[in-house]
Design a protein. Structure first.
Lengths: 119, 119
DNA sequence: TGAATACTTGAAGAAATTCTCAATTGTTCA
DNA sequence: TGAACAATTGAGAATTTCTTCAAGTATTCA
């Protein structure tokens, strides 16, 4: 029994749903980077970064290689870079075009509550 | 102080990261639908669906209108449909092209563990 | 060998999300 | 009005995810 596609999608999006993981993917979008550099750019504890890298690794969207004492990460395939570009494009469009999403993210209270019949 | 973009992105993806929410968005991609229909298509308890609809509503990516006793949901804007299409395209590509992600989602153990130097 | 560096893992508590079920609201219609 | 239906909300338990810190592995180099 195959995992239903909608569930695979949900897991995929959930996997993207963490600020550190997003930043890593965007940094790797520029090309492979050693952990050292990611660490410097993102500025969190090494162990926290490692944990998030592990999540991405388990999902198979990044790969790591070790050379001597430094480990370098890269996006697993060009599709991933495409995805990140698409996500960026669509999201900035949405953030620009519709205040609504921005408001939601900024915690402005919901103007759309269960519709009262006065409309 | 604006919410950093990478955090807005993370929250957005997290919001998408639930099978019921994905299904709702895909169904609404075909056009507005009354809760009754969503309920029939998805087949979960009414209250669970309502809660997930509330998440989407709070994020501002769907809107609801009431007519008599039935409430109808629709995507908040065309951008949302675009996003769902893009996500579908990219994900099916990825699922088709790279076994790796599929494996990860199917719980096949990680072949990429911290690289041992035998490579 | 052993000290030092780079990175990863494990585990426990904190925090956020999800589920379930009871209660509530809004609407229709007899 | 009040019974019946559609949908939403609230609250607590169950589950998942995150954070943090201590411990572990791999590699270099003296």
């Amino acid at each position: 029994m195959p995992v239903p596609l909608y569930q695979a999608k949900a897991e995929f999006f959930r996997m993207l749903g963490h600020p550190v993981r997003i930043r890593v993917l965007e940094l790797l979008g520029e090309g492979p980077k050693p952990v050292r550099d990611l660490l410097a750019d993102i500025g969190i504890e090494a162990s926290s970064l490692s944990q998030q890298l592990a999540v991405l690794r388990r999902a198979g969207i990044v790969v790591s290689t070790r050379e001597g004492t430094t480990v370098t990460y890269a996006l697993a395939g060009p599709d991933v870079a495409d995805l990140m570009r698409a996500a960026r494009r669509i999201l900035t469009e949405m953030l620009a075009g519709q205040t609504v999403l921005l408001d939601a993210l900024l915690d402005v209270p919901d103007p759309q509550r269960p519709p009262t019949a006065d409309a």
